[in-house]
Design a protein around this ligand. Structure first.
Ligand code: ZN
Length: 409
């Protein structure tokens, strides 16, 4: 009797001990992932200390901002205007392009942030779903946005163009219809889509270990090059011999994350991956405007329409000062150049990086430094992706900058 009881107790202790050991062992990967983020943070700081910007090297001024932002007006976001303005200011953004979901009862583009607020230029856009299953970002928005779901993608684009506005395809991998329209460009990266790919269990434990110290850098754990979108973009340009401008979409709602609540709904642990301030720091679209020309609603829309812009993951390093252009000319991304003029490309980066030159989406050359030159060896759409090879995992091999193409005809 006694020995049986003792034996049972012994078994219970053994099981408890095994559970305890398992619990501790299961946390080792997350402790290691926290260590990786600390190492990444240190490397980002080292890179920042090597910053060189040759502001007079080009005829353009670099303005940084974010595109594809929602507020409480569109429904599934709770973000307020004051949070938005504070987040833009904290990031020293030059512009924010709002893309509100339409509402049947009121015009969300007329009601959202527009014009200059606290020194930041806002444009009042919309995001609409079309009858063909595409989703368009309208810059600026339209008072007819709420009824656009009954119209074709091309009809909506035509209306935008008739009023001097732009239409970009959002989520380009979800539909193929946009490829046969004359849309101005595509959102090659969407932060919301990327953030939604997280594994909630992993993110929960990552959060316990890393959220307190490295909330911004948790992005590094899930960030992936948007290869599918980029391939669609490259192939559409190559296949139709036309221009398509790439932008990044923050798709900021301030509502992605993991939380643990008690039975009465009080939040015990909350890990928010996309508050506006963090979203605006992570990925940005920079536009280039000619020196002497101020940043205005009109000059910003014009620069985007021309493709005078690039996408950068500024969390790894502020890319302001990046330039990809044709030497001895003012031609930059989005512009044409004749192959017969024997053009040479110049690439300037504010941090020492590795620039990969791609021709119609295929890597054809690469060089390292802060000032590189390339010679195209045929016609095609040439663009560069810049990598910071010194970044440790989880950022290893992920792009820092994705430029728009220069079109060699
Ligand atoms: Zn959206």
């Amino acid at each position: 009797m006694r020995t049986r009881l003792a034996g049972r107790l012994f078994m219970k202790r053994k099981i408890l001990l095994a559970i305890l050991v398992l619990a501790v062992v299961s946390q080792i990967p997350f402790a290691f992932r926290r260590y990786r983020l600390r190492r990444l943070k240190n490397t980002i700081q080292q890179y920042a200390s090597q910053r060189v910007v040759k502001f007079d090297a080009t005829e353009y001024v670099d303005y940084k901002g974010v595109i594809h932002v929602h507020s409480f007006l569109g429904g599934h976001s709770t973000g307020s205007f004051s949070e938005l303005i504070a987040a833009a200011k904290a990031n020293q953004l030059d512009f924010v392009i709002m893309t509100e979901h339409p509402q049947a009862e009121f015009d969300t583009s007329a009601m959202t942030l527009n014009g200059s607020h606290a020194g930041v230029l806002f444009i009042n856009g919309n995001e609409v779903a079309t009858a063909n299953g595409d989703r368009l970002l309208l810059i600026p928005g339209s008072s007819n946005a709420a009824t656009m779901n009954t119209q074709s993608t091309q009809q909506i684009i035509d209306q935008q163009k008739a009023t001097g506005g732009l239409a970009f395809d959002a989520y380009p991998s979800e539909s193929t219809n946009w490829q046969s329209t004359n849309v101005d460009g595509v959102e090659v990266y969407n932060l919301f889509t990327n953030a939604r790919s997280i594994n909630r269990v992993v993110t929960f434990f990552d959060g316990l270990w890393s959220y307190g110290a490295y909330p911004d850098l948790m992005f590094g754990n899930f960030f992936a090059r948007p290869t599918e979108n980029i391939t669609r973009w490259d192939q559409t340009i190559a296949g139709s011999n036309r221009k398509l401008v790439a932008i990044a979409g923050n798709d900021a709602h301030s509502n992605v994350g993991v939380s643990l609540n008690d039975s009465s709904g009080n939040q015990l642990i909350g890990i928010k991956l996309d508050p506006y301030e963090r979203s605006f720091r992570t990925v940005r679209t920079h536009v280039l405007i000619k020196q002497g020309k101020p940043l205005t609603r009109e000059s910003l829309i014009e620069a985007l329409s021309l493709g005078h812009c690039y996408v950068s993951f500024d969390l790894f390093g502020d890319a302001s000062g990046f330039y990809f252009g044709v030497k001895q000319s003012d031609r930059t991304t989005g512009d044409d150049v004749a192959f017969s003029s024997q053009p040479r490309f110049a690439v300037l980066t504010p941090l020492p990086g590795r620039a990969v030159l791609l021709q119609n989406g295929i890597a054809v050359d690469q060089k390292s430094g802060t000032s590189m030159e390339f010679s195209p060896d045929g016609v095609g759409a040439y663009r560069v992706e810049v990598y910071l090879d010194g970044l440790p995992s989880p950022a290893t091999g992920k792009p820092w900058i994705i430029s728009n193409p220069i079109y060699v005809r």
